[in-house]
Design a protein around this ligand. Structure first.
Ligand SMILES: Cc1cc2nc3c(=O)[nH]c(=O)nc-3n(C[C@H](O)[C@H](O)[C@H](O)COP(=O)(O)OP(=O)(O)OC[C@H]3O[C@@H](n4cnc5c(N)ncnc54)[C@H](O)[C@@H]3O)c2cc1C
Length: 476
């Protein structure tokens, strides 16, 4: 028997799926960039079963790849081509374990879909603020393992800020149970923080205690056409001032990104008719029934117009109109796909550097010429922008984009480095960004990560080849 066959033979049959059609749904990443093979998908029903699986894999040195909703953008949940790596999905571990409304906390199985966590919070008139375009399929374990950002981070922070405690099966099969939803707990190292963003390389997250918030009762959403890129971040500062820091989302959408979408989907309607190269989707909310957010946004709007920073704008007057604004934002990546796809750069810089970065980055792409098109959009309120390059219309995209990757991407990443920014703002490293980490990452940090990996997972069983790559760490 091969090593993985010994593992499978020792497991309860009900948790082993060997049907190739089912497994095939897990061997390709969301963007269809990576493809692997696996002999089995394991679907444990409890933390104890996860621990049993991990112990057996450790004993037989069988690599184990955790898969959440498989919506990640870096190939982090995709097995390699060896056909020797086992997949583990927590999809059957999807219980809400406890809601403590007075403590503003919820404790859940890590296999819960993000939208299920939202619903559980809503049932007690509270809110879990992590919000992503993939929330109907991504799992909270995947969100934690990628330290997901999303559209509400301006106000509520990223996943790291929303986790109070974790339950984790460590690579040797021990269960680290650190689920108590305390606001203050300084009993030594905050080990759960190490697991957040670890992309399955240090253990399997099986449960999480999360922070809840009062839901917004006064929420205003507006779609703005703005004068120039230099007005972008001053407008955020102005909106924060007028709303008393109640801005929850501040999304930039370039006119070019919108044009790509409208060219492919003529049935969509433009929220504002005034033409501009720059648009903003802004949302501000308060949970107070007496604070008038609409008045605050109107005053911000008037001020922005009088200073000629805002050219035009629409404030949503119904939930449907609000949804329409957000639908446009969420469909921007689809606009790129409809136009042959793009070379993506998910980067971050200081919010104070954002406008200058977009300006200099656009100059770079314009200098490259050859008709390359830009699609720039993203969560700029957090200093995060998707700076994507497309082929010109009518040109074979694949070959063109390959050249862009080779010739333009390094210049864009050099620019990010000059701004002391990050070449991976939201999605992690997975297998996609390992070479970028070699070029732009901090070697001291990389070595330290390798050493931590070696200590916790000396047999490299947990998601090998991701985040820290396949480096055998020099223990010196
Ligand atoms: C339409 C769309 C919009 C998106 N918008 C955003 C956005 O705004 N912000 C953002 O940050 N991301 C976004 N993403 C990317 C993606 O949804 C997030 O990275 C998400 O957190 C991944 O969750 P998942 O459950 O799909 O994880 P997967 O893709 O299945 O896995 C991601 C990584 O986590 C590991 N993992 C999964 N579950 C566990 C577990 N229980 N224990 C240990 N490791 C685990 C996997 O091994 C892998 O390395 C978007 C994706 C799509 C398709």
């Amino acid at each position: 028997m091969t090593s993985y066959e010994q593992v499978l033979a020792a497991l309860p049959a009900e948790i082993v799926v060997s049907d190739k059609d089912i497994i095939d749904g897990y061997t390709t990443d969301f963007r269809k960039k990576y493809r692997g093979e696996s002999p089995a998908l394991l679907r444990p029903r409890s933390t104890e079963e996860v621990a049993l699986i991990v112990k057996l894999c450790d004993q037989h040195k069988v690599p184990l790849i955790p898969v959440g909703g498989n919506t990640g953008y870096c190939g982090g949940a995709t097995p390699d081509e060896s056909g020797q790596q086992l997949l583990i999905s927590l999809q059957r571990m999807n219980k809400i374990r406890e809601v403590d409304a007075d403590n503003l906390s919820i404790t859940v199985d890590a296999g819960c879909i993000l939208s299920e966590v939202h619903q559980a919070a809503e049932q007690v008139n509270l809110m879990f603020p992590l919000s992503l375009g993939s929330q109907q399929s991504c799992q909270i374990g995947g969100n934690i393992s990628t330290n997901a950002g999303g559209v509400s981070a301006v106000r509520y922070g990223i996943t790291r800020d929303l986790v109070l405690g974790l339950e984790v099966v460590l690579p040797d099969g021990q269960i680290l149970s650190n689920l108590s939803p305390l606001r203050k707990d300084n009993r030594g190292y905050a080990l759960h923080q190490l697991l957040i963003g670890a992309e399955g390389s240090l253990g399997i997250v099986t449960g999480a205690s999360l922070r809840l918030f009062l839901p917004p009762v006064n929420r205003v959403t507006a779609f703005l056409a703005i004068s120039g890129i230099n007005d972008l971040m001053p407008l955020l500062a102005k909106a924060q001032q007028y709303t008393g820091e109640a801005v929850t989302s501040f999304e930039y959408i370039s006119g070019a990104s919108l044009d790509l979408l409208f060219a492919g989907k003529p049935e969509l309607r433009r929220p504002v008719q005034t033409s501009s190269k720059h648009f903003v989707l802004i949302e501000a909310a308060t949970s107070s029934p007496v604070l008038a957010m609409d008045q605050a946004i109107e005053a911000f709007f008037e001020d922005g117009m009088s200073e000629e920073m805002i050219l035009d704008g629409v404030i949503a007057t119904s939930e449907q109109q609000r949804q329409d604004f957000w639908n446009l934002r969420e469909h921007i990546p689809e606009g790129e796909v409809l136009n042959g796809g793009s070379v993506k750069h998910d980067v971050s810089v200081r919010i104070s550097d954002m406008a200058r970065f977009i300006e200099l980055g656009s100059d770079l792409v314009n200098r490259y010429g050859q008709g390359a098109r830009l699609s720039v959009y993203g969560h700029v309120g957090d200093g995060n922008v998707h700076f994507n390059v497309l082929a010109p219309e009518g040109v074979k995209a694949a070959a063109f984009l390959e050249e862009v990757s080779a010739e333009v991407s390094p210049c864009i990443y050099d620019l990010v480095a000059k701004f002391d920014g990050s070449f991976s703002a939201e999605y992690g490293l997975g297998q996609d960004k390992l070479s970028l980490d070699q070029s732009y990452g901090d070697p001291v940090k990389r070595r330290l990560m390798g050493r931590i990996k070696n200590v916790l997972d000396p047999k490299a069983v947990m998601n090998p080849g991701k985040v820290v790559g396949n480096q055998i760490c020099d223990p010196s």
